[in-house]
Design a protein around this ligand. Structure first.
Ligand SMILES: C[S@@+](CC[C@H](N)C(=O)[O-])C[C@H]1O[C@@H](n2cnc3c(N)ncnc32)[C@H](O)[C@@H]1O
Length: 396
């Protein structure tokens, strides 16, 4: 892959830049090069242009943030809670268990760059062929955008398009950001707060731990609702089942799967997306528990044309810097989930060791046995009412 991603220097530059934005605002804006680096110092992504553009107004100061009186009432915000020194959302309706603090923001930045390295794109080529990003005027939405790393890059790539990020936690740059990006703090499970047919392109990525099995149909139906006819949906998702030959790692990964199932989550969601998105028929009386299983209130109706489907193995701790980075990202997930995973029966049975030793043993087993999980990238198109051939084209 020719990757030069490594892990010792700090990718946290970007996150700390976000935290220091207030300070930056007082200083001359964009005077230093700010390159996002992987932890070993190799350049894996860049916000150079983000800062360079500050001198020609390509990014803006968020007015709402400047005027706290205009921000959302506290009651509409998700709220936070601190558990074992980490900050988590306090949305009782959500199954999402990962933190929302600076450490997690750092992790998500790194995940963006290593994934871009693995996949090689921010937008799948077929989307660029279908939609005229260069001419501008497109409306683009990132559902569950997190710290908005993808949005900040993508919005600078296509400065004449309008980008919107939505997430229940406001992890995005609070004050200084590209002028063509806006954010909304909202729970997707309450519905996407946009009119029908608003967006030309929608992305959703890394939400396998965000939605319960029976919530996926609603989320996908909302995405389809706010997508314009002929618009494209790019979904990038993990299949977190780990293929490993190490007995300890194997027993751990099986238990992780059942732990997630006990929380209503399906870690294999990535593997099911393609069939879920291209599913045409409402299935009567279906009692399946698979992702997208029929839900009385939201019958299956996600029928879209899958234009492209890609799969990558995600190496965990082997094969070079990408594997090293993904193992470290995975460790970050297990650390973040620890308040819920530690009480789980399996971990309790292993309790002759502390959590750090347990993580070390899992990591060692994953690395030694060249373990991997799956990553799926799917591009689907909403039917266009004027296209009589829709549904008859072949999938790549
Ligand atoms: C693993 S992060 C991925 C962030 C981003 N998509 C990326 O690729 O970096 C999952 C995100 O989903 C958000 N999320 C989870 N459940 C949500 C919900 N019901 N409504 C809105 N956002 C949600 C979390 O707050 C978190 O920022």
């Amino acid at each position: 892959m020719g990757s030069n991603i490594s892990r010792d220097s700090s990718i946290s530059n970007f996150a700390s830049q976000q935290q220091q934005q207030q300070q930056q605002q007082r200083q001359a804006i964009g005077t230093s090069p700010n390159t996002i680096r992987s932890k070993t110092g190799s350049r894996v992504g860049s916000i150079d242009t983000f800062h360079k553009n500050s001198t020609n107004n390509k990014y803006s100061i968020n007015e709402e943030r400047q005027n706290p009186a205009s921000s959302l009432p506290a009651s509409k915000k998700t709220g936070k809670r601190i558990i074992a020194g980490r900050t988590y959302h306090a949305n009782p309706a959500s199954a999402y268990m990962l933190p929302m603090d600076d450490k997690e923001i750092d992790r998500l930045h790194e995940e963006h760059f290593v994934t871009k390295e693995l996949l090689g794109f921010n937008f799948m080529n077929e989307a660029i062929n279908q939609l005229d990003f260069q001419s501008g005027g497109l409306e683009i939405l990132d559902v569950c955008c997190g710290p908005a790393t993808w949005l900040c890059e993508a919005s600078l790539e296509y400065q004449n398009c309008q980008f919107t990020g939505i997430d229940m936690s406001s992890l995005w740059p609070q004050i200084i950001r590209p002028s063509n990006v806006t954010f909304k703090e909202a729970d997707v499970l309450q519905g996407l707060p946009f009119p029908d047919q608003t967006f030309d392109f929608i992305q959703m990525r890394f939400v396998v731990l965000a939605f319960r099995v029976n919530e996926w149909p609603f989320v996908l139906s909302e995405i389809k609702r706010v997508l314009k006819d002929g618009g494209c949906f790019q979904c990038i998702e993990l299949d977190m089942r780990i293929t490993t030959a190490d007995p300890f790692a194997k027993s751990y990964t099986e238990t992780f799967e059942s732990f997630c199932a006990s929380m209503g989550l399906d870690i294999t969601a990535g593997a099911k997306l393609e069939s879920l998105l291209s599913r045409k028929e409402k299935r009567k009386g279906d009692t399946t528990t698979e992702v997208g299983g029929e839900n009385k209130n939201h019958p299956i109706d996600h029928h879209m044309q899958v234009l492209r489907s890609e799969y990558r193995e995600v190496p965990l701790g082997w094969g070079g810097p990408i594997g090293d980075a993904y193992l470290s990202l995975y460790q970050g997930v297990l650390e973040g989930l620890s308040p819920w995973f530690k009480p789980h029966q399996y971990y309790q049975q292993q309790q002759q060791q502390n959590y750090d030793q347990f993580l070390h043993r899992v990591k060692h087993g994953l690395h030694q046995s060249r373990s991997y999980m799956g990553l799926y990238a799917i591009l689907a198109q909403k039917p266009s009412m004027t296209d009589p051939d829709f549904g008859n084209r072949t999938t790549n």
